[in-house]
Ligand binder design. Sequence first.
Ligand code: KG4
Ligand code: ZN
Length: 320
Amino acid sequence: MILGIETSCDETAAAVITEDGHVRANVVASQADLHAKYGGVVPEIASRRHLELIAPVIREALGEAGATLDEIDRVAVTQGPGLIGALLVGLAVAKAVAWSRRLPLVPVDHLQGHVASLYLQPNALEPPFLCLLASGGHTLLLDVRGYAEQRVLGTTLDDAAGEAFDKGARLLGLGYPGGRELDRLARDGDPTAYDFPVARVPGLDFSFSGLKTALLYATRELSREELDTRRADLAASYQRAIVRALVGRAQEAAELTGATRIAVVGGVAANSELRESLPGAAFAPLALCTDNAAMIASAGRFADPVPYPGYLGLDAYASR
Ligand code: KG4
Ligand code: ZN
């Protein structure tokens, strides 16, 4: 079995999976409530909270899996990208657990982890496919050729798709992180009420900052009462613009590469309109869209393990 550990942002997560990709336990302790009052993740608070939560979360994952550390064959951990202080907590714990049992350790790239959320049973996908990775920190189109072989076709020139959802939600007074709230509110609104622009940038890249500004202007013109009556329409129109951009570019990329399958991963893959707009696509299971450790353990099946004790000097990285 593989023990996965993820602490790159504000989720403290541990999971146990089998060598053939069955999830035995997937525990996620979200710190979202802790950061909500600041309107975003405070890195120092995140690191300290990871430190408090990581041991109980690992214990809970082992308990849920009905396993002890004796049955773990290797440890997979997120090495980057993410908040450096937060990453270091997970990496240090992973090293300690692996070292104490003389196990190998697999350093995992968080983005590879999101892609690997597709490789878990019971509905494991096999490469090749075209992958749209849309999260709070990243928006990428990837040509996935093999389990450890992929090419970046496009990325965002400014905000990530999840960031656009969060900033939009904030303008609409929905709190943080607001993607899921905005998704829920949009169901009661008219997506054609407002014509928000979808920026057309060259190639297969994305741009969401103009959209956010358009929403800002639209909300500024409204009184408090008007905003209350138009909030759902604004949410629905704003979401429609983001989803259109994501779907359009993913389909263009698939045509360009000749990919017959599109897959979608990352927090924004949980969006209901996006899921409905790409009916033929393979979406990561809802529980595995936002950050979790099962996807990190899954990536750990396909990346090279570092044998004991060579990993003790490994460092985390904030960006790729
Ligand atoms: O993958 P993730 O957990 O963290 C990163 O690696 O960044 O993604 C979190 C992002 C947040 O921006 C959150 O608002 C967004 O995913 N998100 C959603 C939905 N659920 C989560 N965005 C739109 N609709 C949703 N249902
Ligand atoms: Zn993520």
